[in-house]
Write a protein that binds this ligand. Structure first.
Ligand SMILES: [Ca+2]
Ligand SMILES: [Ca+2]
Length: 147
């Protein structure tokens, strides 16, 4: 993007059809702090890699959809409990390649807006694509470490 495109879009949400965008999750499916127990997935607005929700209470003001940053008139976010709330793009017990999901395999630009309220461990993953077979781990994560 050129400077004018960046400035023109800096307070706007993505549409999901931007050139080169392979996945986009805006977490707008649920009602903030409402009863969302019937919802099971978050939508990929740029493709078909919808995420399956695991561990979420989906009621109340935690472990559920919540009010998000109000850059646009409607904006909800997901509140993760930090324990076992996870959104999977594939079945975690099966092996899939990034390429089979249409995700980049060599270069990637990743953006995630995250607000961490409490640090309960030395490191954490917000977004990742990993293989974890005991002592063998490969892939990438976008997260934090206090070390
Ligand atoms: Ca949102
Ligand atoms: Ca949970």
């Amino acid at each position: 993007m050129c400077q004018s495109e960046i400035q023109g879009r800096m307070n706007a949400s993505l549409e999901g059809n931007e050139n080169g965008l392979v996945a986009y999750y805006d977490f707008e499916e649920g009602t903030p702090s409402g009863t969302n127990t019937a919802l099971t997935e978050v939508k990929d607005k740029a493709g078909t890699n919808h995420g399956t929700m695991n561990g979420f209470a989906k009621t109340g003001s935690t472990s559920n959809w919540v009010d998000g940053q109000r850059l646009v008139s409607e904006n909800t976010a997901l509140n993760f409990d930090g324990l076992n709330d996870v959104v999977f793009l594939s079945n975690p017990s099966t092996t899939v390649s990034a390429g089979s999901l249409g995700l980049p395999t060599t270069q990637i630009t990743l953006e995630a807006w995250i607000r961490v309220e409490t640090l309960t461990s030395a490191w954490g993953c917000a977004v990742g694509f990993t293989q974890d077979n005991g002592s063998f781990e490969s892939g990438w994560i976008c997260g934090r470490s206090d070390g």
